[in-house]
Design a protein around this ligand. Structure first.
Ligand code: THG
Length: 800
């Protein structure tokens, strides 16, 4: 039996098969039917597609299970049996000579806080699907067309729970990032931390556009990569979606990826056996161009939308320490009451001051850390782009928090305390979470550098035995207080140098520990900071707003030649004065102060919005003025940020929800004042055969926020029902959504039916593959590329 892991390691290029759905349709799959259910009934047809791809040179066939989770199938479907059956069909076609890739697509739902699913529910659902795929004989699991980092991660966690098959993860990107704002490099960093065996990009783009995306992450990865573009960008011709790129051009264009070092290649939407034949010819006789093995790759932390590299020789990273109840009365009381206002304020303040990672510690007396830490982590993840550092002595709290993070958080920490490595090490490995290795063993503090190095070495051996890769380890050099141990700083510096020189490991420490019990602590901390940076420290857990250490940190980066043209130094310290008290002004990273209601909407602060609305009402402001003078301008600002790609979907949703909360408070007052005046109505629906509703729901939320009465008919809605609803409600506008190329043609039915009944409602259409020319071709009145544009269009239609 050939082993896919061996094929990944050898010199060959691996050609996968091409599109499945369009071929099934050509062979009898009715429009709108579930390809999985139909395929189970028509195994011979599915098998014929697999065989056609094998005949033209594919070495891997992909199971017809893209929508094989409970979210995409009717209730009561035996998920495991369905996936096993379809995998068996692929296995029969592949025999012993070719591989079977078990396909796992997106569910169409978001995990908290973007949606309502928990990460655990999502992983359970994928695990059930993957059990079936394994039972049916898959050789690898392939997650494809994913657009949210958390969901892609869930597939990996599920696969690791169920089997030891290699896992490939492919995400879909637009030039600016994935739909929920993940740049391709951050995707690559997160997946590499998780230890996926193969990573890549598929769908969404044709080969030309995909080339730029691939260039963006290639320098960051050591694992083999997979490129699976569409046959160009789709066009609509006579009511049919057409992918313009023919087999010969497709084969030719794929050569660029093979030159770049792609290990696996294939085609997504619009490709046929002829495309794969051309691709296989292109790959024939070529050997895999192996990427140069990297030296000293940094440790990388990620959030959904950002990567932070920590490495010897890179600019030092400040891990902001202040979300920690130690010595903070307000924070302690709030955490004890389960409130996060102060924690969120501290987060914002630290980010503005230059912290690139936030340490999160909720360890106050009488606090349930295992529920409070993940709750705060979710709030931070929804609001800020910074990766997090999970700081707790309770392994259960760290585990729960890891489940709440879409990317790679830093675990703080694993010490030599008995059981700690055994408990947390495997968790860090599973979640791809880098961790701080704290050289404490038992009761006695390791004072000398030699003792610390011995303790570090013992922990490194334990980590290696658990199969934890070195790229996940950040060593704490252990800052003890110089007041009680005069040589504490000296031993720290030696530990830092040893880690960098001998193990190539990055180091960090809790900066302020050094100065406990002495006067002029800032001076001591700053001095120690400069010395540690000189010795090669890569990160520090510190208060980013304390002037002197902050200024010395900025100056040190100039001395270490890590601040090109001293730009950051000049930006921050141009007006610096000795003993100036105020010191270098804190850099405005994001101007997100929420002095006004409008700003609170922009910042997505629901509580602030509610209390400010209340204040405005108390002050006698008219509800209509609050709405049109604050709430609406706020959401318009968000729209602008979104279009500039400064905001992504998570922030857009958060602001929309904050605005919604304020709007709901005002609604009864507005209605009373309007004296029966009606809000403009709009009917929204996802068309028949399509069960995607994320885009439509966002549009609905935005429209409600702009004062529309939204009649949401849900998904998989017939033209009849849409037109009837428009007639009954008297709505002037209809919004139609479709995600799939196979269902967007149903939009035309609705337009035709509407016009045949002589109704004059304006129709706007949207969805990932819908274009302006498509909208015109089917006689729609407009095309909205995103939720912001949908609102603009709807207003224009109503005002007209
Ligand atoms: N190594 C690792 N993790 C750590 C530490 C370390 N986590 C905790 C700690 N040390 C670093 N964090 C803090 C947090 C707060 C303070 C010091 C270190 C602190 N608090 C002030 C007080 O106690 O008075 C409050 C001041 C304020 O308002 O910020 O000093 O060494 N791996």
């Amino acid at each position: 039996m050939p082993d896919f892991r061996k094929a990944l390691a050898d010199d060959s290029i691996i050609v996968f098969d091409g599109a499945m759905g369009t071929l099934l349709q050509a062979r009898g799959l009715p429009p709108g039917a579930s390809p999985e259910l139909w395929g189970l009934e028509h195994a011979d047809v599915v098998r014929s597609v697999h065989e056609d791809y094998l005949r033209v040179g594919a070495r891997v066939v992909t199971t017809n299970t893209f929508g094989g989770t409970r979210f995409k199938l009717p209730a009561g479907t035996d998920i495991r049996a369905l996936n096993a059956g379809l995998a068996r069909t692929a296995r029969q076609a592949a025999g012993e000579g070719a591989f079977v890739a078990g396909s796992v697509g997106p569910t169409g739902h978001f995990v908290e806080p973007l949606g309502t699913l928990t990460m655990r529910e999502l992983v359970d659902a994928f695990a059930l699907q993957i059990e079936g795929l394994v039972e049916g004989g898959a050789d690898l699991i392939i997650a494809e067309t994913h657009f949210d980092l958390a969901e892609a991660k869930a597939v990996v966690l599920a696969a690791r729970r169920v089997c030891d098959l290699p896992v490939a993860v492919l995400m879909t990107f637009e030039p600016g990032g994935s739909l929920t704002g993940t740049p391709s490099a951050t995707f690559a960093d997160t997946m590499q931390n998780l230890g996926v065996e193969l990573l890549g990009i598929n769908c969404g783009l044709g080969p030309e556009q995909m080339l730029d995306v691939a260039k963006g992450f290639l320098p960051r990865i050591d694992v083999p990569f997979f490129i699976k573009p569409n046959a160009g960008l789709p066009r609509l011709e006579n009511g049919v979606t057409v992918y313009p790129m023919g087999p010969a051009e497709f084969g030719d264009r794929m050569a660029a990826f093979l030159d770049m070092g792609a290990k696996c290649v294939s085609g997504c939407c619009g490709t046929t056996p002829a495309h794969i034949e051309a691709l296989a010819k292109q790959a024939a006789g070529r050997a895999w161009v192996r990427p140069e093995p990297s030296q000293g790759r940094p440790l990388v932390l990620t959030s959904r939308s950002k990567s932070v590299c920590i490495g010897v020789g890179l600019p030092a990273v400040c891990i902001g320490e202040r979300i920690n109840p130690t010595g903070k009365k307000v924070l302690t009381e709030e955490l004890q009451a389960g409130q996060f206002t102060e924690a969120l304020r501290l987060a914002e303040e630290q980010i503005q001051a230059g912290a690139r990672v936030l340490d999160v510690n909720v360890g106050a007396p009488m606090v349930q850390e295992e529920t409070l830490l993940p709750a705060l982590v979710k709030q931070l993840t929804a609001r800020f782009l910074s990766p997090l550092c999970l700081d707790s002595t309770k392994p259960e709290a760290i585990e729960e928090a890891l489940w709440a993070v879409p990317g790679s958080a830093l675990v703080n920490s694993i010490s030599g305390e008995p059981g700690r490595m055994d408990q947390l090490g495997p968790l860090c490995k599973l979640h791809g979470a880098p961790f701080i290795l704290l050289p404490l063993a038992g009761k006695k503090l390791p004072v000398t550098a030699a003792e610390r190095i011995a303790a570090i070495e013992a922990l490194l051996i334990q980590a290696e035995a658990l199969g934890i890769p070195k790229r996940l380890i950040l060593v704490d050099a252990l800052a003890l207080t110089v007041s009680s141990k005069p040589e504490a700083a000296k031993h720290c510096l030696e530990t830092i140098r040893h880690c960098a020189a001998v193990w190539g490991l990055p180091t960090t420490l809790g900066l302020s520990n050094i100065s406990f019990g002495l006067p002029a602590r800032e001076l001591l901390n700053a001095t120690f900071m400069a010395m540690c940076l000189g010795a090669g420290m890569a990160a520090h857990i510190s208060n980013p707003s304390t002037p002197l250490p902050r200024e010395v940190g900025l100056a040190s980066e100039v001395m270490l030649a890590r601040d090109p043209q001293a730009a950051r130094f000049i930006e921050n310290c141009a007006d610096w004065k000795y003993g100036g008290g105020a010191g270098a002004p804190v850099r405005q990273v994001q101007a997100k102060a929420v002095g006004t209601l409008r700003e609170a909407v922009v910042a997505g602060r629901k509580e602030a919005v509610l209390s400010m609305v209340e204040d405005a009402l108390t002050a006698g402001k008219a509800p209509q003025d609050i709405l049109s003078g604050e709430l609406i301008p706020g959401i318009m600002d968000v729209g602008v940020l979104y279009e500039r790609k400064e905001y992504f979907l998570p922030q857009l949703l958060l602001s929309a929800e904050a605005m919604q909360a304020g709007y709901e408070r005002l609604t009864p007052l507005l209605e009373a004042a309007a004296d029966g005046g009606k809000r403009p109505g709009i009917v929204l629906a996802t068309v028949e055969g399509d069960i995607h509703d994320i885009g439509k729901n966002i549009v609905g939320l935005m429209l409600r926020n702009h004062g529309f009465e939204v009649i949401d008919l849900g998904k998989d809605v017939s033209a009849e029902r849409i037109v009837d609803a428009a007639a009954e409600s008297g709505a002037k506008v209809i919004g139609l959504s479709a995600l799939m190329t196979t269902t967007m043609v149903r939009m035309e039915d609705t337009v035709k039916l509407l016009r045949s009944r002589g109704m004059d409602q304006k129709v706007m259409v949207g969805g990932a593959v819908v274009s302006d020319s498509f909208a015109r071709a089917i006689g729609a009145d407009g095309h909205a590329a995103d939720a912001v544009e949908a609102v603009r269009l709807a207003k224009r239609f109503v005002d007209a």
